[in-house]
Design a protein around this ligand. Structure first.
Ligand code: MN
Ligand code: MN
Length: 464
């Protein structure tokens, strides 16, 4: 027997049946990804799936029994889910947490301008992007806007076949001599990332000749949504890539799509808690799933992982299971968490930024990342060896194909997840998610086998 560790690819190692299952899972994931274009829509889609599987709103249940399935929506943008187990809560719960916000272009509060005969919406980018990747691609517009009566109106334009799309028109190379002298971080001025939304004048508008295209756009928005210009200030509207999720490659082994960081793990989290609850003979440890917002901008705010809304949810579970008097801190202390977030896959043409032996290869399984951070483990959430041992053992017993990875070479950059926030609460936590190529780009790439293995990993974790 060889003592040497050998990384294996999933496809060569799994049964025909599992290959078939992986294809089915990939297709339903891709459908989810096409619908869950914003955190609002991700919550909406997740709730639909949960309700089809017997989950009800926590508020509907005055008391909770073993086996009960409940969810709590936090301000439309994050979601906590529980399946109540037979074991006392104070012995800890099993938590999987993912995030559902993805890099994108948000509207400024007063975005609509007209310049050179074009109506434009000014944007501010959200999350860490390479700005040039977002130029001259088709964009769709999604979000919500409130009217004067406080009614929420949903906006979704750009992905139906007969919908128009939007774009930021980049500068032609012929006139980009000065622009191209700048470094890649600077050559796209974020103040110029304005999205084209119109070009036709409202001939009858009473406004100045130079504002008639803008007037026409306001008229169209008013007809369609019954809103006025000031209502932009009470909206959350984003532009996201307008292309659908597709298989990549002649062998269709990879999945390309927008928002896979981290909706690939969010979908797996939701599917895993449902299927674990269905498959378990009896649920012993209470299972918690959460999909949260604002990870990409530092996990701050009411709908982020840092929000005490999660503590409130745990309080309600304690109260409704008649477990009053137990110490919530002790519940956290005894709880185990998979921080379900994607990691960087080793990029074929940029291998030099990865430490290959400590990198995650596409197609070789869900990645366990012992620690994140950068440089001298600065800002790292570093899992305990004992917990690594537990989770690796769990995966080994359940035939979950995993690999261990770090984001990249020391000093090449770094990153974080929601893990540290749960670690701060006292939970055992490790990052565990799907490797991704071209992360934070408009078209992120994963392996369909890793996508499937991510789901199997979370399900095994819940079922233990
Ligand atoms: Mn992420
Ligand atoms: Mn990210």
């Amino acid at each position: 027997m060889s003592l040497k560790y050998e990384k294996k690819d999933i496809y060569s190692s799994i049964t025909e049946e599992e290959i078939f299952n992986a294809d089915g899972y990939a297709k339903s994931y891709m459908e989810f990804l096409d619908k869950a274009r914003t955190e609002y829509l991700a919550v909406e889609e997740a709730v639909k799936i949960l309700e089809m599987n017997g989950f009800v709103s926590l508020d509907e249940r005055p008391a909770l029994e073993i086996g009960d399935r409940v969810y709590f929506i936090n301000k439309n943008k994050s979601l906590y889910v529980a399946v109540i187990g037979s074991e006392e809560l104070v012995k800890g719960v099993n938590i999987v947490g993912a995030h559902i916000d993805s890099p994108r272009l948000d509207l400024k509060p007063m975005p609509l301008i007209e310049k050179s005969g074009a109506a434009l919406l000014k944007t501010q980018y959200y999350g860490g992007i390479k700005k040039y990747q977002w130029m001259s691609i088709p964009l769709a517009m999604y979000g919500v806007v409130y009217n004067k009566d406080g009614e929420m109106i949903k906006v979704a334009i750009g992905e139906e076949d007969d919908d128009p799309v939007f774009t930021i028109a980049d500068l032609l190379p012929h006139l980009a001599k000065d622009q191209l002298k700048l470094n890649a971080n600077d050559f796209i001025d974020p103040e110029k990332m304005s999205v084209l939304v119109g070009s036709i004048k409202d001939r009858d508008a009473e406004s100045k000749e130079t504002e008639k295209v803008k007037a026409n756009i306001l008229k169209i928005l008013n007809e369609k949504y019954n809103i006025e210009e000031i209502d932009f200030a009470r909206s959350e509207i984003s532009f996201v890539p307008a292309f659908k999720t597709k298989f990549i490659g002649l062998d269709k082994g990879l999945i390309g799509g927008y928002g896979q960081d981290d909706r690939v793990c969010a979908y797996a989290t939701i599917r895993a808690i449902i299927d674990a609850a269905d498959e378990a003979q009896d649920v012993s440890k209470t299972m918690i799933a959460m999909i949260v917002d604002k990870e990409e901008i530092g996990s701050i705010g009411t709908t982020s992982m840092s929000s005490r809304a999660f503590d409130m949810f745990i309080n309600k579970i304690i109260e409704k299971t008649n477990s009053m008097g137990i110490d919530k801190l002790e519940v956290f202390y005894n709880s185990k968490v998979l921080s379900a977030d994607v990691t960087a896959g080793v990029s074929p043409e940029y291998e030099e930024v990865s430490d290959i032996q400590n990198g995650s290869m596409l197609g070789c399984g869900v990645s366990l990342e012992k620690y994140t951070g950068s440089g001298g483990k600065y800002n790292a959430s570093d899992a305990n060896a004992s917990y690594m041992s537990e989770i690796m053992g769990l995966f080994e017993r359940n035939n979950v194909m995993f690999q261990v990875g770090t984001l990249g070479k020391i000093g090449k950059g770094g990153g974080g997840t929601i893990a540290y926030i749960l670690a701060d609460k006292g939970c055992e936590v490790v990052d565990c998610g799907t490797p991704v190529l071209a992360m934070h780009s408009p078209f992120e790439v994963t392996s369909k086998y890793d996508v499937y293995m991510t789901y199997l990993a979370y399900k095994a974790f819940y079922k233990e």
